[in-house]
Design a protein around this ligand. Structure first.
Ligand code: ADP
Ligand code: ASP
Ligand code: MG
Length: 416
């Protein structure tokens, strides 16, 4: 008998028919002799609706109260899924984050799970109940409700799998696995049989929202295999697991895009020691994550600094940078929200030359200008104008022929 954690995303619980489908799937797993813990997200669109309500009231809602509000989406789902399971004749019990509890730090809106208590749930499971857990939410050590960031139910599922020592964590979603790129952007996208934790970490952090990045971090740390699959069929999906030799050979396995960032440029910054530290120190103190940073070569003791933050942090970051710019004697600030980050990802890139120039060539061929570039061992990212995102994704997917197979060390690199 196995212990299975199944997570169903927003689309999979999007209406009553789909909720019945989730109940049936959970019951099927139970009747096959497994212990079953189901983690559910809010119904599709519900979290956005709640966030919009808060913003109708005030442009900067209080973060504590925002978490109280947006955690309610998952409360609706656990109740409905549990009712459906019960109505089909099975024993079931729903849990909210604080009832388990799923303990987190106090970073509202992006809280990290610190501990999951497992005994209450295991007691229910032992007496034959299916347990349904609200994703996305937790409680801090002062009893405040917290949420885990967008897509956070994935992390709830993996954390439950770790705490309960589950045999597998299944993530049921609206696509049937992890693809070489977002199948909703590029119709030539191809499903992967497996992908390493590291590649999935890069893909997730570069915009592939199919899994939340922290879910993959957790899974990697505790060696939990994640099986990403469709809630609408029984096909095998994609296994996210430890890297093996076959994967090492892969130079480019995927293309991602992310329209969630905005860039800020500060012009004519005095080029002297300590300035970057003061600037980015102030931004870090406000709990704002900075992604790419570029600083120009200094001209007459002055330089320009450009960096990106997530769009929802743009106004907060601009306020801080404005204040700092005056203090450090910089000239101007300008911001641009119409940007996108396109990236290519692959473990074998670290030992292969020519990949970057092939990427730049593919973008150039489409007349797409690159505004910023950043690289790591296993990825290359470019910031471009957001209107070219889909075109860039398709061009890169074609350039590395990802529709046919993964791009390996044996493939010739052709620069267009
Ligand atoms: P859920 O509501 O089930 O959590 P999400 O919308 O968060 O689902 O994630 C699934 C979506 O992720 C897909 O519909 C797809 O558009 C997107 N996606 C982005 N990149 C990829 C990829 N490489 N493979 C599969 N899906 C991807
Ligand atoms: N409901 C939350 C969101 O929309 C969490 C999730 O779906 O995973 O981001
Ligand atoms: Mg999701």
């Amino acid at each position: 008998m196995a212990l299975i954690v199944q997570k169903y995303g927003g689309t999979s619980v999007g209406d009553i028919e789909r909720i019945k489908n989730v109940a049936q799937r959970a019951i099927r797993a139970k009747e096959a002799g497994n212990d079953v813990i189901v983690v559910v997200s809010a119904m599709a669109g519900e979290t956005d609706k709640l966030i919009n309500l808060a913003h109708e009231l005030t442009p900067l809602p209080n973060v504590r109260e925002l978490d109280v509000l947006i955690s309610t989406g998952e409360q609706i789902s656990v109740a409905l899924v549990s009712m459906a399971i019960k109505s089909m004749g099975h024993e079931v019990k729903s849990y909210l984050g604080h009832q388990i509890p799923i303990q987190t730090d106090s970073a509202y809106g992006k809280a990290r799970i610190t501990h999951v208590k497992s005994d209450t749930i295991l007691k229910d499971v032992k007496v034959g109940k299916i347990v349904v857990v609200a994703g996305f939410q937790g409680i801090d050590d002062k009893g405040n409700i917290t949420t885990l960031g967008r897509g956070g139910s994935d992390t709830t599922a993996v954390a439950m799998a770790v705490a309960l020592k589950a045999d597998v964590c299944e993530i049921f979603t609206d696509v049937d696995g992890i693809y070489t790129t977002d199948p909703n952007v590029c119709e030539k996208a191809r499903k992967l049989g497996k992908i390493s934790y590291d590649e999935m970490l890069e893909m997730a952090s570069l915009g592939a929202k199919v899994l939340q990045i922290r879910a993959v971090e957790f899974a990697k740390k505790y060696h939990v295999p994640i099986h990403v699959r469709a809630s609408f069929n029984d096909n095998f999906g994609t296994l996210v697991c430890q890297e093996d030799e076959e994967m090492e050979n892969v130079v480019v396995s995927g293309v991602t895009c992310d329209k969630n960032e905005a860039k800020i440029t500060i012009t004519k910054v005095p080029d002297k020691p300590g300035v970057a530290h003061r600037l980015f120190g102030a931004i870090a103190n406000a709990n704002i994550m900075v992604d790419m940073i570029i600083q120009n070569v200094s001209d007459e003791g002055l330089t320009d600094i450009t960096f990106t933050v997530i769009k929802t942090d743009l106004s907060k970051a601009t306020n801080i940078v404005g204040k700092m710019a005056r203090e450090i004697g910089a000239k101007d600030i300008n911001t641009d929200e119409n940007i996108a980050k396109v990236s290519i990802v692959g473990t074998g890139m670290r030992s292969h030359s020519g990949v970057a120039s092939a990427m730049f060539g593919a973008l150039a061929k489409e007349g797409i200008n690159i505004m910023m570039i950043s690289t790591s061992e296993i990825k290359i990212s470019c910031i471009i104008e957001s209107k070219y995102t889909e075109l860039a994704v398709r061009a890169l997917h074609d350039a590395f022929q990802l529709d046919k197979k993964v791009f390996t060390k044996d493939d010739p690199i052709s620069t267009p």
